[in-house]
Design a protein around this ligand. Structure first.
Ligand SMILES: [Fe+2]
Length: 298
C-alpha cells in the first residue's frame, strides 16, 4: 500500500534516466544510465549492483504492463527465495498467535508454498476468483489518490520486487511480501475486499487534500494496522501487521483506542516505526459493519 509515503521514501520513487555524465567506472555509468529505480544511499541494497539491476528489470516489467495483459513473472534469485523462506519461518508461528480468524481462513485459501516467492500472476488468479479483485504490477510507489481510487474498480496496485537479502526481516519500503502476505491475503476475504472497494469509492467522492488525508489515516488504522478482539485476545487484521513478525509481536505494547473512526481520521502516524497507537474493534463484525457504514456515509 502506498499511502505510507514519507519524504525519505519519496526518494525511492522512479526517477527515469539518470543524466549524469559518463565518468569513472564505465560499467557503473552504464548501469546508472539505465537506472529507473533510485535507491537511497542507506537502502540495504544500495551497494549491490546485481540487486539494483534486478530492481530496474522488475520495474521495467511493470512499466511495460498494460491492464488486461498477463502479469509478467519477476526473475527472483535463489537468495531472494531464501528471504521468503526466512520470513515465513518467522511469520508462520506469529500468524498462529496473533492473526484474526478471517485472515487465517483467507491464508488457507491462497495456500502459499513456503520455499519460493509466489508470482503475482498466480496470486492474482486466486484472489480474482474469490473476490473479483485484480492485483496489477506497478514499478514503485504511486500517489495516494491514484492508489486508493484504483480500489474502487477492484484493482490493487502491487510492487513485485523483494527486499534486499541482507535484511530479510526489514524493508524500508513496501515490497512483494507486504503486498502478497498482507494485501493479497486480505483481498481473498470477500468482506475485506468490499471494504477496500468502498475506500476507493469514498476517495473518488473526496475533493480536498484535507479530507483525503483524513481518509488515508482511516485506511492506515484499519486496512493497514487494524486490530480486533477475538476469543478474549487482541488479533490483527491489518496488512502492515500481518506482513511483519516484528510488528505482530510489538502490537501488544501499543496503546489501544476504541474503534472510533472519526478519532482515527484525526490521528497522525509515523510509518517508519512500530505503531504506538492502534484502534481496536470489539469483533470482526464490528469492524466490518462500522467501517462499511463510515465509508458509505463519507
Ligand atoms: Fe500496504
Amino acid at each position: 500500500m502506498t499511502t505510507e509515503i514519507e519524504p525519505k521514501q519519496q526518494q525511492l520513487l522512479l526517477d527515469h534516466v539518470d543524466m549524469r555524465p559518463v565518468t569513472g567506472d564505465l560499467d557503473e555509468a552504464i548501469l546508472d544510465r539505465n537506472a529507473i529505480v533510485q535507491l537511497d544511499p542507506d537502502h540495504p541494497g544500495f551497494r549491490d549492483r546485481e540487486y539494483r539491476a534486478r530492481r530496474n528489470q522488475i520495474a521495467q516489467l511493470a512499466m511495460n504492463y498494460r491492464p488486461g495483459d498477463q502479469i509478467p513473472d519477476a526473475p527472483y534469485t535463489a537468495d531472494e527465495h531464501r528471504v521468503w523462506q526466512t520470513i515465513w519461518q518467522a511469520l508462520r508461528p506469529a500468524h498462529q498467535k496473533h492473526a484474526c480468524a478471517e485472515y487465517l481462513d483467507s491464508l488457507k485459501r491462497l495456500n502459499f508454498l513456503e520455499d519460493h516467492i509466489p508470482q503475482l500472476r498466480e496470486v492474482n488468479e486466486k484472489v480474482h476468483a474469490i473476490s473479483g479483485f485484480r492485483l496489477e504490477p506497478v514499478a514503485g510507489l504511486v500517489q495516494p489518490r491514484v492508489f486508493l481510487e484504483n480500489l474502487a474498480d477492484g484493482v490493487f496496485l502491487c510492487t513485485q520486487y523483494i527486499r534486499h537479502h541482507s535484511t530479510p526481516l526489514y524493508t524500508p519500503e513496501p515490497d512483494v511480501v507486504h503486498e502478497i502476505v498482507g494485501h493479497g491475503v486480505t483481498l481473498a476475504s470477500p468482506k475485506i475486499a468490499e471494504l477496500n472497494r468502498l475506500f476507493g469509492k469514498a476517495v473518488k467522492r473526496t475533493q480536498t487534500a484535507d479530507a483525503l488525508e483524513k481518509l488515508s489515516r482511516v485506511y492506515w488504522f484499519t486496512i493497514e494496522f487494524g486490530v480486533l478482539r477475538e476469543t478474549g485476545s487482541v488479533k490483527a487484521y491489518g496488512t502492515g501487521l500481518l506482513s511483519s513478525a516484528g510488528e505482530l509481536e510489538e502490537m501488544h505494547d501499543a496503546a489501544l483506542r476504541s474503534f472510533d473512526l472519526d478519532a482515527a481520521a484525526s490521528e497522525a502516524y509515523d510509518p517508519t516505526h512500530y505503531q504506538p497507537v492502534l484502534f481496536c474493534a470489539d469483533s470482526f463484525d464490528e469492524l466490518y459493519q462500522t467501517l462499511r457504514e463510515f465509508l458509505l456515509n463519507w
